[in-house]
Design a binder for this molecule. Structure first.
Ligand code: NAP
Length: 489
């Protein structure tokens, strides 16, 4: 699987925020694993940069410890680690003042590679200033590109201001807005299954699909980030980006080609086809929730210390106004402190139109095609089969595993992490799995009126038990039309 690797061209990658959580937990391990797979050319260089005043050796030690902590021990041969660490260097940089950027520019200029990537793994309020200062320090050359982590703004207006600031320095084709969900193998497999197999695409429409459920459930709470979360809430944190991106990939028309512009165009059409939800229908189409203390687990209000207004859970019934999806609800749900960590896209098909079997054969429930993103990536088809044995025709449900782990010779944890794919896409200059400015704008355009509608209607979050399934209102959202959420397991 990971064996078919084509080395990328030589590059300089600067990870701003190179000492932070994202760099340690995701970026350095991802780059190490790509190096291990033979995909990094000998002269690829990686610079860490942050305010901490440490030497190159101290940074290599930090990176070594990150690998020990976040890479499976079986992959950590001494030779591979040494080769990777030899690519690393570090410069102290402070975006508040611009200090250190000239020294970084000098270090790169000693032997500049044609491809230069800046990964902004710093707080979002640094993004705009960082871009300006990179330009002022003369670091932005032809072939330069920048990676921006979510959140892309707080609402439509702030996202536009941020896009203007980044766009003043980098051309849109050099801006990589990352949503790591799009780098997951299963999400890419969704597109492969749809567009490379004749058997799925004919079923992918309102005639055969009853509804779609997209769930991102977390067991963790706000983990000490209460003050930040209180300003954000689940809708801005998860729906505006991850859940809407998953909805787009599920619902979009086949792109002309699997390349950035065509895929972005199709995703944008989906976002523009979403029926607006505002003050008039937020109560009917959305549910806000907030976890409360249960079984010794503290509630959100305990964690933020009073005045807790943000939703830690949200469910939305979305509707796509186009021919393919007319009348098919897309139910989106995300929440913290739920009973299990689970992210999935589930297409629930209509029941068989005619039941030819005797009543004692049992029911033939709807087929479900399920793309599980975490914790274990998998594609599964729930189908109805005959219960084996001589006892007559009895029906039962079975799960057909379309992950093909054994065919592909995949062991546990062998799927590449999303960041492995995405960081190298930045180097390759492939924006297909990133977000374009107009997509981000269209997503905010749909999300903002929901949030404003709650404020206008004074809709406060409904409390749910920590470790549970979410608020009862979310259950009713589906029950009223005779449907039910899939279990969070
Ligand atoms: P973090 O652990 O707080 O790291 C922030 C990094 O920025 C540190 O290396 C910090 O080092 C550096 N930094 C802070 N102020 C700076 C300044 N003025 N100039 C230069 N460097 C500065 O944050 P994180 O969790 O890694 O998140 C980084 C970004 O990724 C954020 O935008 C976040 O929203 C996004 N993100 C993170 C994750 C994740 O899993 N962690 C997931 C999705 C998105 P010094 O203090 O030494 O300067």
């Amino acid at each position: 699987m990971t064996k078919r690797t084509i080395p990328v061209a030589p590059f300089d990658l600067v990870i701003f925020g190179g000492t932070g959580d994202l760099a340690r937990r995701k970026l350095l391990p991802a780059l190490f694993r790509r190096d291990l797979a033979g995909q990094l050319p000998p002269d690829a260089r990686i610079f860490g940069a942050a305010r901490r005043d440490i030497s190159g050796d101290e940074y290599r030690l930090l990176a070594d410890q990150a690998l020990l902590e976040f890479v499976p021990v079986g992959e950590l041969s001494a030779a591979a680690v040494a080769r990777f660490l030899a690519r690393l260097d570090y410069r102290a940089v402070d975006f508040a003042t611009g200090a250190g950027l000239p020294a970084l520019a000098d270090a790169i200029a000693v032997s500049p590679r044609d491809i230069r990537a800046f990964y902004l793994a710093v707080a979002p309020d640094q993004f705009a200033r960082a871009c300006t200062q990179l330009a002022q320090a003369g670091l932005v050359a032809p072939g330069s590109r920048v990676v921006v982590e979510k959140p892309f703004g707080h609402d439509r207006a702030s996202a536009a201001a941020l896009a203007d600031a980044v766009g003043a320095v980098f051309d849109e084709r050099a801006i990589y807005r990352i949503d790591h969900y799009l780098g997951k193998e299963t999400v890419q497999n969704l597109m492969a299954l749809r567009f490379a197999n004749e058997i799925f695409e004919p079923l992918w429409n309102a005639r055969h699909v009853d509804h779609v459920q997209i769930t991102v459930a977390e067991t963790i709470g706000v983990e000490g980030r209460g003050a930040y979360y209180e300003q954000v809430g689940a809708t801005r944190d998860m729906v505006q980006n991850h859940l809407l991106q998953l909805l787009c990939l599920t619902a979009m028309e086949p792109p002309v080609a699997f390349e950035a512009a065509s895929v972005h165009d199709e995703k944008l059409k989906v976002l523009r086809s979403l029926r607006p939800i505002g003050a008039a229908d937020v109560a009917a189409c959305t549910v806000r929730g907030q976890y409360r203390a249960h079984n010794g687990v503290p509630g959100y209000a305990d964690e933020v210390g009073g005045g807790a207004h943000a939703e830690t859970f949200v469910a939305v019934q979305a509707q796509i106004l186009n021919g393919r999806w007319s009348g098919v609800p897309f139910f989106l749900r995300t929440g913290k402190r739920l009973r299990a960590r689970m992210s999935e896209i589930a297409l629930v098909f209509r029941p068989a139109s005619f039941h030819v079997f005797a009543p004692n054969a049992g029911p033939a429930p709807s087929n479900v095609l399920r793309f599980r993103l975490q914790p274990d990536e998998a594609v599964q088809q729930v189908i109805t089969i005959k219960d084996p044995g001589p006892g007559g025709m009895r029906l039962r449900q079975a799960v057909l595993d379309l992950s093909f782990s054994s065919d592909l010779g995949l062991g546990d944890g062998e799927l590449p992490d999303a960041y492995e794919r995405l960081v190298l896409d930045v180097v390759r200059g492939d924006q297909t799995l990133f977000m374009r400015r107009d997509e981000v704008d269209a997503a905010w355009k749909w999300v903002d009126p929901i949030i404003e509608g709650w404020a206008e209607r004074g809709l406060m979050p409904e409390l749910y038990d920590a470790g549970g399934r979410g608020p009862d209102g979310a259950m009713r959202l589906l029950h009223r039309e005779g449907r039910a959420w899939r279990d969070i397991v």
